[in-house]
Design a protein around this ligand. Structure first.
Ligand SMILES: Cc1ncc(COP(=O)(O)O)c(C=O)c1O
Length: 379
């Protein structure tokens, strides 16, 4: 699905030298590389504060801790996402409220959020799934109306942009009270291990979060709040510093691959290609909103599972993100959920398939993959 080794070859000299320098200085934790990366990411995202941490799951958890969410507070998020989003809500003994998504963008459904809001609702967690922002205009308006926090799960969409109705373009993760991202190796901005970060424009929240990531310490050995140990190490920061200036180029390479895929699948009766919103109706040449963390098709003639098997047999990697709705996962099953509230997610889990998507995909590979998919789906 990804070609991390091909990408590494392109930046090998810089990465190796940055890592060697850290080995020489032994500043493994909270070294200058971490602070430099933090500043560079703040500039890139246009946010006041970036707080690096150990991974994207921690970033979400720490964001919720920082906002002071308490057991029993209801947090609304999408049924169709990676489990980390709901996992941290449950871990903090908050009440997850899963809602359906849209069939075209795969992102959280605004009417479903509105329907789910109760007096106990404290936050909405939109997940910018597969690299495209959820409808933030509507989410921010709902949050304002009902006095709710917005925590953006930006694990899959770093570098994506959102064009608001008022014409303002914002970076994904920078619009809510707080954003959380992951630097897992396969992410658009991935390190060579685990890593994550929290973003906010709120000075007070940033201060609280800086303490939480470091055992709740604001002064050495004074533990004012219950915290965690969640740090980005210097080696990962050095890798990320090498890659950050290339992120826009990486995202453009992904968009180019997405354009080539969608062109090849055009007019295929049983294959639905991904839809981009905000800046264009389809995948256009200037659109920079979607960063295609995944390129996800819908196979509408019931052959999705057989296609997965066929591609695997023919050594073409593919993935099903996600095969089971969260409301049906054993850990998150709850009497509150009714099947009729999740028609889209229940259908998507049967139809979606993600194709290889990375910065090193070439025309020959795309031609081969699309030919195999089209032949099989129509066969
Ligand atoms: C939507 C979403 N949220 C959160 C995470 C968690 O990130 P991490 O694996 O860095 O903990 C992921 C990781 O895949 C993700 O896709």
């Amino acid at each position: 699905m990804v070609d991390l080794s091909g990408q590494y070859q392109e930046i090998k000299v810089q990465v190796n030298s940055a890592i060697t320098q850290i080995l020489e200085t032994s500043a493994f934790i909270n070294g200058p590389e971490v602070h430099a990366f933090q500043k560079e990411l703040e500039t890139y995202l246009g946010v006041k504060h970036v707080i690096p941490c150990a991974n994207g799951t921690d970033a979400l958890q720490i964001a919720m801790m920082g906002l002071g969410l308490k057991p029993g507070d209801e947090v609304i998020t999408a049924d169709f996402t990676f489990a980390a989003t709901v996992e941290v809500i449950a871990l903090l003994q908050l009440t997850p409220v899963l809602v359906d998504v849209y069939p075209d963008t795969f992102n959280i459904n605004i009417e479903a959020i509105e329907k789910a809001i109760t007096p106990n609702t404290k936050a909405i967690v939109p997940v910018h799934l597969f690299g495209q922002c959820a409808n933030m205009d509507a989410i921010l308006a709902l949050a304002e109306k009902h006095n709710l926090y917005v925590i953006e799960d930006n694990a899959q969409a770093i570098g994506a942009k959102y064009l608001s109705k008022n014409g303002k373009k914002s970076m994904a993760g920078s619009m809510g009270q707080v954003g959380a991202t992951s630097f897992f190796p396969s992410k658009n901005l991935g390190c060579y291990g685990d890593g994550g970060a929290i973003f906010t424009n709120d000075d007070e929240l940033a201060h609280i979060i800086r303490g939480i990531v470091n055992h709740g310490m604001y002064e050495r050995y004074h533990h004012d709040v219950v915290g965690v140990n969640s740090r980005l190490d210097s080696i990962q920061a050095a890798v990320l510093r090498t890659k950050l200036p290339k992120l826009d180029g990486y995202c453009e390479a992904r968009r180019n691959s997405a354009r080539a895929y969608s062109k090849a699948f055009k007019n295929q009766e049983h294959i639905v290609t991904p839809v981009t919103v905000n800046n264009c109706d389809g995948i256009c040449d200037v659109c920079d909103c979607h960063v295609f963390h995944q390129y996800t098709l819908k196979i509408t003639n019931g052959k999705r599972d057989a296609l997965v098997k066929y591609l695997n047999e023919n050594e073409i990697p593919c993935g099903v993100y996600y095969p089971i709705p969260l409301h049906k996962q054993k850990a998150y099953v709850d009497k509150r959920y009714k099947e009729e509230d999740f028609p889209v997610t229940n259908q998507l889990v049967k139809e979606v398939i993600s194709l290889p998507m990375h910065t090193e995909l070439d025309e020959e590979q795309i031609n081969h993959i699309t030919k195999m998919v089209i032949e099989f789906v129509n066969g």
